[in-house]
Ligand binder design. Structure first.
Ligand code: ADP
Ligand code: MG
Length: 445
């Protein structure tokens, strides 16, 4: 009988022609044939993760090769390393879905088909679609940012789902940065850091959600930095989402911030009314809900900044209607919204004083500066921002705004507003800054 070692080497040599060098080094080099028992070729691996991986990806192929070689054998991958956690009587039988390394855990509702495109998310959507069509190509990394409930997670999932559909063999992982963090800690605790690295550095597509949560966590950033570099060097696709632009990501290492800007940065703004209504309609279709158009319109007009809240309101109203068997009128919807919209959604009246405070704080100016006569850029520019804010988030007229900020006329205010608006459309970072100030003013910080 031929030596088991020779047989395995022949198998590996055949396999080697079909896979990349990286894959060979990673998965097959550490594998060792140790014997033949009951018509099984025993192949020993460093740990359970290798066993799962090779079982899933190579069992069939190896068995075929053995057959082609005329051997009455089947491969059996095993390890003598016990699984550190939760030992079970048959640890290798099948991966447990929740902890499976291969499970990408997509939310099947978050597809491109279910995503409504409007002006507010147009670019983010287009970039996501481009990535899904051609991962690892031009748009790498893709960095998506925007406020809570505006569709970042939805887009990340849509990218993952689409890629899996088009390229089923690609290894696509979706994780939140929290999950990434917990994973790293868990693997470290069990001295399995190399497995962690295998898990994250061998993917074809890494979709990492809410990266802002690794701010302030040096060790996690360090690990993520290397993960990023490895994937990037191998031309693997990376998609990152965050609540703010790379530049505004507080306690994040500069080298990471700069890498996030190597590819494409796309922001998602709160959708306009039309888009919000379209989103509600789409949701109604998906959930087979029947609400009159005017109610959808009413909900969309009243909840502006968070789509999740808006959808929640619609679902609650629907549930109420079906429970009480009433026909929903705008009056009922109005009453209802009062109860479910959280305080943050009920818009506080914003005053010009609020704006003045935030702008002064932001640019380190005094109120006298802001309202004064000086027209140097370092004062005039913040003043223009303040006027713009007055225009978009208060009900004051341009004349009132002009008066408030140092007795300026209507034309000056209009000029300022146009200038700022222009810059917002051209410069996403500036747009993010203005958004942040709007948020601060509204929250009365
Ligand atoms: P984020 O991750 O930015 O906080 P999510 O992706 O979780 O937001 O979106 C919140 C909810 O709003 C989800 O149910 C999502 O499907 C929905 N949503 C957001 N944007 C859109 C859109 N453009 N079209 C359809 N649904 C959307
Ligand atoms: Mg999210």
């Amino acid at each position: 009988m031929e030596d088991f070692d020779v047989i395995w080497k022949k198998v590996v040599n055949t396999l080697r022609l079909e896979i990349t060098d990286d894959t060979y080094k990673l998965w097959l080099e550490p594998a060792q044939a140790t014997g033949i028992e009951d018509e099984k070729l025993l192949v020993k691996l460093p740990n359970i993760f290798f066993v799962r991986w090779l079982q899933e990806h190579y069992t069939e192929r190896v068995n075929n090769i053995l057959k082609e070689m005329g051997k009455e054998l089947e491969v059996s991958f095993y390890t003598d390393k016990k699984e550190p956690k939760a030992p079970s009587p048959e640890p290798f039988s099948k991966p447990i879905p929740e902890t499976s390394f291969l499970n990408s855990n997509f939310n099947s509702k978050y597809t491109f088909e279910n995503f409504v495109v409007g002006q507010s998310n147009h670019f983010a959507h287009a970039a996501s679609l481009a990535v899904a069509k051609n991962p690892g190509a031009a748009y790498n990394p893709l960095f998506l940012y925007g406020g809570v409930g505006l569709g970042k997670t939805h887009l990340l999932n849509a990218i993952g789902i689409e890629i899996k559909k088009k390229f089923p063999d690609l290894n696509v992982i979706y994780v939140t940065s929290e999950k990434f963090t917990n994973d790293l800690i868990e693997f470290l605790k069990n001295s399995r850091i190399s497995e962690f690295r295998i898990k994250y550095r061998t993917v074809d597509v890494l979709l990492i959600d809410d990266i802002q949560f690794i701010a302030n966590k040096e060790m996690i950033q360090e690990e993520f930095f290397h993960t990023f570099n490895t994937l990037y060097d191998r031309r693997k696709q990376i998609v990152v989402s965050s609540d703010s632009s790379p530049k505004d990501l507080g306690y994040l290492e500069e080298r990471l911030k700069s890498r996030f800007q190597w590819g494409v940065v796309a922001d998602i703004q709160p959708p306009d009314l039309e888009t919000r209504v379209a989103i509600l309609k789409k949701k109604c279709e998906a959930e087979k809900i029947n609400l009159p158009e005017e109610i959808l319109f009413f909900i969309a007009s009243n909840i502006k900044s968070n789509i999740r809240t808006m959808e929640g309101a619609m679902l609650s109203i629907t549930a109420y209607a079906s429970l009480t068997q009433t026909k929903i009128t705008t009056e009922i919807a109005k009453d209802f919204l009062k109860n479910i919209i959280s305080d943050e959604e009920i818009e506080r009246e914003v005053s010009l004083d609020d704006i003045e405070n935030i702008v002064c704080k932001h640019f380190n100016l005094t109120k006298a500066d802001l309202k004064g006569k000086k027209r140097t850029e370092s004062i005039a520019f913040p003043r223009q921002i303040a006027m713009y804010l007055g225009r978009v988030i208060t009900k004051h007229s341009t004349t009132e705004i002009g008066n408030f900020f140092g007795g300026r006329d209507h034309a000056t205010v209009m000029y300022a507003c146009n200038k700022i608006k222009n810059r917002i459309t051209k410069d996403p970072y500036f747009a993010a800054l203005v958004n942040k100030m709007i948020k601060q003013v509204k929250e009365g910080e």
